[in-house]
Design a binder for this molecule. Structure first.
Ligand code: ARG
Length: 458
């Protein structure tokens, strides 16, 4: 047991209590951020005349030495300390003696941990966002290659109208770019520095909080010390953004599982599938299923932290220590999933003939047949009824609309002429749709150009 606060206690802490209370096993993960915060704090204390230049030099060298030795593996972060803050401070005192005891002047572990977690989260957001960028690049590439890859678009999992693979991918481009925008918003909103909030009520030392904020790359200090030590909104916002992003990945994975099924056979991916130990014929989309499954963990983290925070009175309470493990797990899970998913999408083979064939069946051109009548003066509601009857005839004859002879068309409506076949041809159906955001070739060219520009400015 190595703790910083034994002075007013008359009994040793029970080992079980100590273990239950300690956070070193997981907060050692932000040793780098903890040392970075201490370096800024010490620089500020010296600038304000609270430490001498010499003390600052000694402490700074000591902290840099600890950082170097932890990185090289020479110094192990031992679990016998209560938390990472205690470990760094105790090691510093061990190494440089009395000056090390001044490190914690004008600071509490409450503002220290608030800072460390913010610094760590800020770094993680950068990493996650870089991965989202890579994923968007892969999606955009698939779009560029597949402007003329026809496939059915679905509603209710029923074939609805024909689209292209580029158009389908574009929907996901939109989702993940919103995820990127959310991460950007969070980074901006969270970028205030809690250091100097003290335990809850600031300190009596003449700290220059603007200086430490600047040294640590923040836009400025937090403006209320009670909120400074107890705000975890930025984490909730991140967990919420990650939950939404996982939901997007999960939907995409669900589609891949469907497309990979024996009935669809739209995609094939040996690299990201696995076999069965018993059934030799199997090729299962395990990676897509796992990403879909891991979504639950990230939702769990959001729910757990929301629930932990809801009953906490101002200011710091130990409940807040529970923010870390869940948040770390959610960050790791999200990062793992985006990377795996982007890799999977990159190597995935699309069975284009199969997709096009599928788009030609299921009457995906029925709306276009109705539109043909509308263009010849038939009110839409009547046209809908006429084409409904044609579909029924085709179902009886087991043929698509394209194969129904003209006289059958004309039996139901004399408005139909030979040019109906051109009007309901798959390419026409797609490429006539050129309003903003539609799948037609010209509309897609504009979307793709906008996305290319977006990626250049990312
Ligand atoms: N391990 C603690 C946490 O993660 C650090 C802050 C401890 N502060 C305190 N007053 N006990 O929240």
């Amino acid at each position: 047991m190595a703790q910083l606060w034994g002075g007013r206690f008359t009994k040793e802490t029970d080992q079980l209590v100590y273990n239950f209370n300690a956070s070193i096993t997981f907060d050692k993960r932000f040793y780098k951020q903890d040392i970075r915060g201490s370096l800024a704090h010490v620089a500020m204390l010296a600038k304000q005349g609270i430490l001498t230049e010499e003390e600052k030099e000694q402490i700074t060298d000591g902290l840099n030495g600890i950082l170097k030795d932890v990185e090289s593996g020479k110094l192990e972060i031992s679990d016998k300390y209560e938390d990472i803050h205690s470990f760094v401070e105790a090691t510093l005192i061990d190494r440089i003696g009395d000056p090390g005891k001044k490190l914690h002047t004008g600071r509490s572990r409450n503002d220290q941990v608030a800072l460390d977690m913010k610094l760590f989260t800020r770094d993680e957001i950068q990493e996650i966002d870089a991965q989202v960028k890579e994923l968007l690049e892969v999606i955009l590439h698939v779009m560029e290659e597949n402007v003329e890859t026809y496939m059915p678009g679905f509603t209710h999992l029923q074939k609805a109208q024909p689209i292209t693979l580029a158009h389908h991918m574009g929907a996901y481009f939109e989702m993940f770019r919103r995820d990127h925008e959310r991460l950007k918003d969070i980074s901006k909103r969270m970028n205030t520095c809690p250091l100097g909030s003290g335990a809850l009520a600031g300190t009596t030392y003449p700290l220059d909080r603007e200086y430490t904020a600047e040294l640590l790359g923040f836009d400025g200090p937090t403006l209320n010390s009670m909120d400074g030590v107890s705000d975890r909104d930025y984490l909730l916002e991140l967990l919420s953004a990650l939950s939404i992003m996982m939901m997007h990945l999960s939907r995409f994975c669900e589609e891949i599982c469907i497309w990979n099924s024996n009935e669809y056979r739209f995609v094939n991916d040996d690299a990201y599938s696995t076999g069965s130990s018993i059934m030799p014929q199997k090729k299962n989309p395990d990676i897509a299923e796992l990403v879909r499954g891991k979504t639950g963990r990230v939702y769990g983290a959001l729910n757990a932290l929301l629930t932990t925070m809801k009953g906490i009175p101002l200011a710091y309470n130990k409940d807040m220590q529970e923010d870390k493990e869940w948040a770390f797990d959610a960050m790791d899970t999200a990062k793992g999933c985006i990377t795996l998913f982007a890799g999977m999408l990159k190597t995935m083979q699309f069975n284009k003939d199969r997709m096009e064939e599928s788009a030609k069946h299921g009457f995906t051109n029925a709306t276009d047949a109705a539109d043909y009548l509308v263009n010849h003066g038939v009110p839409f509601r009547d046209a809908h009824g006429i084409v409904g009857k044609l579909v029924l005839t085709c179902i009886e004859k087991k043929i698509p609309l394209d194969e129904l002879p003209l006289e059958e068309y004309r039996k139901i409506s004399p408005v139909f002429e030979e040019d109906i076949y051109k009007a309901i041809d798959l390419e026409t159906c797609v490429n006539k749709r050129v309003t903003i955001g539609a799948p037609g070739k010209d509309a897609m060219a504009k979307s793709i150009a906008a996305y290319q520009k977006y990626m250049e400015e990312y």
